[in-house]
Ligand binder design. Structure first.
Ligand SMILES: Cc1cc2nc3c(=O)[nH]c(=O)nc-3n(C[C@H](O)[C@H](O)[C@H](O)COP(=O)(O)OP(=O)(O)OC[C@H]3O[C@@H](n4cnc5c(N)ncnc54)[C@H](O)[C@@H]3O)c2cc1C
Length: 338
C-alpha cells in the first residue's frame, strides 16, 4: 500500500500541473494513468500540433507542452504509475483507498481526478473470437517486440501506429498489413518505405480487407480475411496486432458514487471538491457554470484543488499563501541554490 498526501488520476496537462501545485506547498503525491506515457490528449491526440493559447508561450506543440510540464515537476521526484487504470475507490475513516487494475493499492486523504474525457482505450476488433486470444496472440499495443521475432504477424489498421509497427517488425519477420480501405492515413514517408518493403517481399499489403474469422482452438493458427467484394482469403498468422485508434471511456469513474452530469463531474469552484469530501475534479472532467475545456482553465483549477488538499493532508498546520518569487520554503522544495 502506497501512502501519500494526494493521488492524482490522470497525467494529462492538468494532472501534471497539479503535481507542481501540490509540490510547492509541500505535499507529496502519486500519479496514475492508463496510458503508457504522460501528456493525456496533448501527447495522444495532437503531439505535433501547435497550441497558441498557453499564457506566455506564443506557440508550442502538444509534446513540447508535456515536456515543459514534466521538466517543471522534476524537482518533486514523483512516481508515475503508468499503463494502469484506477478501478476502485473506497473510504476508510477519513482516508481514501484506491485500487488499480494491476492490483496496486494507494492510501491518501485526497484524490484529484484529472481524468479528462476518461481513459483512453484501444478500439478493439469486433470479432468475438479475438477476445479468447487477447494478451496471448492478439495485441492492441506492443510492449515486447522480441515476442514477434521470426513469427508471422498480421497487422490491422491504416494509421501511423499500424504503418510504423509494420515497418519496424518487417526487420525481423514476415508481415501482412491489412486495411479496410485502399488508402492509408499514416505518414506518406512511412507509406513509401512500406511500399519498398513490399517490393522486397518483406511486407504483404492486403486492401480493402476486413477480418472475417480466426482459426485455431487453443492456439490461433491463422486468420481469414474478406475483401470488400466478398472474396475470402486465408493467412497463416501467429500474432495479430490491431491498431484501430483509441476511444475515450469515462470508465470506472462513473461507478464511484460521484455526481455525474453529462459525463463530467460537477464541482464547487472554491475548492474543486466533488460531492465526496477529499475527492476533487479538475480539467476537462469537471463542470461548473462557465467551464471552458481549455488547458489554462485546468491549471487554475489545479492551483485551487491543491490548496484544498492541504487542509486534509496536514490538518494541524495552517496553510500560508506565498509567492514563488519570494518564498524560501518554495525555493527549497524546488531545490534552488541561492
Ligand atoms: C485536437 C485537439 C486540439 C486541442 N487544442 C487545444 C488548444 O489549442 N488549447 C487548449 O487549451 N486546449 C486544447 N485542446 C483541449 C485540451 O487538450 C484539453 O483541455 C486538455 O488535454 C485537458 O487536460 P486534462 O489533463 O484535463 O485531461 P486529458 O488531457 O484528457 O488527460 C486525462 C488523462 O487521464 C487518464 N485517465 C482517465 N481515467 C483514468 C483512470 N480511471 N485511470 C487512469 N487514468 C485515467 C487518461 O488516460 C488521460 O491520459 C485540444 C484538444 C484536442 C483533442
Amino acid at each position: 500500500m502506497i501512502k501519500t498526501d494526494a493521488i492524482i488520476i490522470g497525467a494529462g496537462p492538468t494532472g501534471l500541473f497539479a503535481v507542481h501545485q501540490l509540490g510547492i506547498i509541500g505535499l507529496q503525491c502519486e500519479v496514475i494513468d492508463n496510458l503508457d506515457r504522460a501528456g493525456g490528449q496533448c501527447i495522444e491526440l495532437y503531439p505535433d500540433k501547435p497550441i497558441y493559447d498557453i499564457p506566455a508561450i506564443s506557440e508550442c506543440t502538444g509534446e513540447e507542452l508535456t515536456n515543459g510540464l514534466l521538466k517543471q515537476i522534476k524537482p518533486f521526484k514523483i512516481n508515475f504509475h503508468l499503463s494502469q487504470r484506477v478501478e476502485e475507490i473506497k473510504q476508510e475513516n477519513n482516508l481514501w483507498i484506491l485500487k488499480t487494475n494491476k492490483g496496486n493499492l494507494f492510501l491518501a486523504p485526497n484524490i484529484i481526478i484529472a481524468g479528462g474525457v476518461g481513459s483512453f482505450e484501444p478500439r478493439k476488433l469486433s470479432l468475438k473470437e479475438s477476445e479468447k486470444f487477447e494478451g496471448s496472440q492478439v495485441f492492441y499495443s506492443v510492449t515486447n517486440k522480441a515476442l514477434f521475432k521470426n513469427k508471422k504477424v498480421s497487422i490491422f489498421g491504416g494509421g501511423d501506429s499500424a504503418l510504423d509497427w509494420a515497418l519496424e517488425l518487417a526487420k525481423v519477420n514476415e508481415i501482412t498489413l491489412i486495411h479496410r480501405r485502399n488508402d492509408f492515413r499514416g505518414a506518406p514517408h512511412t507509406l513509401s518505405e512500406i511500399k519498398k518493403k513490399e517490393k522486397e517481399g518483406k511486407i504483404t499489403i492486403k486492401t480493402p480487407y476486413n477480418l472475417k474469422s480466426i482459426e485455431g482452438e487453443k492456439t490461433m493458427t491463422g486468420i481469414e480475411i474478406e475483401h470488400e467484394d466478398g472474396k475470402l482469403e486465408k493467412i497463416k498468422t501467429d500474432y495479430i496486432l490491431s491498431f484501430f485508434g483509441l476511444i475515450m471511456k469515462l470508465g470506472p469513474i462513473a461507478d464511484w458514487g460521484l455526481n455525474i452530469n453529462n459525463k463530467t463531474i460537477p464541482v464547487n469552484t472554491e475548492t474543486f471538491q466533488t460531492n465526496k469530501e477529499g475527492i476533487f475534479a479538475i480539467g476537462d472532467i469537471c463542470s461548473y457554470p462557465g467551464k471552458l475545456k481549455l488547458i489554462l482553465s485546468g491549471f487554475h483549477e489545479a492551483a485551487l484543488a491543491a490548496r484544498a488538499c492541504f487542509k486534509r493532508a496536514k490538518p494541524n498546520e495552517r496553510y500560508r499563501f506565498e509567492f514563488t518569487t519570494a518564498s524560501k520554503n518554495i525555493h527549497d522544495r524546488l531545490g534552488l541554490k541561492k
